[in-house]
Write a protein that binds this ligand. Structure first.
Ligand SMILES: Cc1ncc(COP(=O)(O)O)c(C=O)c1O
Length: 465
């Protein structure tokens, strides 16, 4: 055993590594914010962390098997509250391996957007909450389950808002994302993607101890590996057979291939055959054409279901749909749930196509240089905003257009009153694709009426493994 006092404020006691095997009992639900309320944290790795009064911890476990919290002893002297103050750099360093992260810039609740450090990912809570209520009430009206895709928000915080509004569970793409959701207390998770490789499959099976996790499959060998891993630790993994109904990505063909695979799943003791997934993909088209495209895809999906049922299997779940198709897919009788994701915040790509939901997310940046009356330079770049689907658009001020994006510089062309922009002024931008911009940020700055309510970690950022 080794003891070490590191940076002021946080004492680490490094016990012998115990990362090899997780204990068999179910770990307590983990919400990153719960740690803020605890004075002493014991990790599965054996490490103990004691935080000093007044300190906040905002850890993001790198590997739940080694950094998940095993127990937490509340400590009266430890500051209780939400993120919004100083986060210990030493804790951050130890917990997620990113040394010297300058996190003490975080504004406290009550701060106006104008006083944020930028670039900042800002969410208008009223709009995001309205979007999620709108989608939920549409689903409810059509007797449809809603299992929102978290690929956009990558955070248990938003997942809980969706569940509180009535969602039946949360969808994600990766085991790492599922781990963050489950660590954050989400108990119904669908990984709408194929999970391959011994280690990832073992992690997926381990999650079954703490939550109901289902996964998409399209290959018999993969299915056997999933079953073996589940059997080895005495759990059953839920499975949806992924059917190619339109986009020719993953998925088996409807008919004989889907039915054969469903039978393999059903015959394995480590798995539970739940049903089928038939994601029809993003559809950009006018109303009538969209209706036809969705109907065609969902006909194939129905055929897959009928065939599987003719083989004597029960298909309980028929999961499909996205933000571009929900209005059609949700009306199809044989679909049981939709998996929309982008509707929560919207982005330039979606706003160009539809007005059903409003823009909730912008990136706020600051003018750092005014080389000429017609040109201003912003502190955003390709490291803080995605541009592969198009340059971000300026939301305010009017008269400013983003014409270039380097790694750390955004180049604005200014007309009319925008020429009054001065160094230090803020400019709000709309990402063309929200998901890939969110994934490069550490925090959401959630505001109401322009005032910070909460700082929320993008907890599953970078968890694409
Ligand atoms: C499997 C799956 N389901 C659902 C979605 C829906 O996403 P969105 O609502 O953001 O279009 C996606 C998007 O990539 C997806 O891959």
């Amino acid at each position: 055993m080794m003891c070490a006092d590191t940076a002021p404020g946080v004492r680490f006691r490094l016990l012998q590594a115990q990362t090899a095997a997780l204990p068999h009992e179910v770990p307590p639900p983990f919400d990153p914010f719960d740690k803020l309320r605890a004075g002493r944290l014991r990790m599965y790795s054996g490490r103990e962390i004691v935080c000093r009064p007044g300190q906040h911890l905002a850890p993001r476990p790198r590997d739940p098997a080694s950094t998940a919290i095993m127990s937490a002893e509340p400590n009266e002297s430890c500051r209780v509250g939400r993120l919004g103050g100083i986060v210990s750099q030493a804790a951050q360093k130890t917990l997620d391996g990113r040394a010297n992260m300058p996190v003490n810039f975080l504004p406290a609740p009550g701060t106006a957007i104008e006083d944020f450090e930028t670039p900042a990912l800002v969410v208008d809570l009223d709009v995001a909450e309205m979007n999620l209520r709108k989608m939920q009430s549409f689903a409810d009206k059509h007797g449809m389950g809603l299992r929102p895709h978290s690929k956009t928000h990558k955070s248990p915080y938003w997942a809980h808002k969706q569940l509180d509004a009535g969602a039946i569970g949360i969808t994600c793409s990766k085991v790492g994302e599922a781990e963050v959701l489950v660590d954050g207390g989400v108990r119904e998770v669908l990984i709408a993607n194929e999970i391959v490789g011994t280690k990832k499959i073992a992690r997926l099976a381990a999650l079954e101890r703490r939550a109901n996790v289902a996964v998409a499959v399209d290959n018999a060998e993969n299915v056997r590996e999933l079953s073996d891993a589940a059997e080895a630790i005495g759990v059953k993994i839920g499975v949806l057979v992924d059917v190619n109904v339109r986009i020719a990505r993953c998925g088996v063909e409807p008919g004989e291939p889907a039915t054969t695979l469903a039978k393999v799943v059903d015959g394995l003791t480590g798995l539970r055959f739940d049903g089928l997934m038939g994601y029809e993909g993003h559809v950009t088209a006018g109303e009538e054409e969209k209706r036809q495209i969705v109907a065609e895809a969902m006909d194939k999906f129905k055929y897959a279901k009928d065939e599987v049922e003719s083989a004597g299997l029960q298909v309980q779940v028929m999961s499909a749909g996205g933000t571009s198709t929900y209005m059609e897919t949700a009306k199809i009788d044989h679909v049981t749930e939709i998996q929309c994701g982008s509707y929560i915040f919207m982005d330039g790509k979606y706003l160009d196509e539809m007005s059903d939901f409003d823009l909730a997310l912008t990136v706020v940046s600051t003018v750092i240089s005014r080389p000429t009356p017609e040109r201003a330079i912003l502190d955003i770049g390709r490291k803080s905003m995605n541009a592969e689907t198009g340059l971000p658009r300026v939301v305010s001020p009017t008269g400013a257009t983003l014409v270039g994006l380097n790694e750390e510089h955004g180049i604005l062309e200014l007309e009319d009153e925008a020429q009054g922009l001065r160094i230090g002024d803020q400019v709000r931008l709309l990402p063309m694709t929200a998901a890939t911009t969110i994934n490069i940020h550490d925090f959401y700055f959630c505001v109401r009426n322009g005032i910070l309510e909460e700082v929320v970690p993008v907890a599953a950022r970078g968890r694409f493994w």
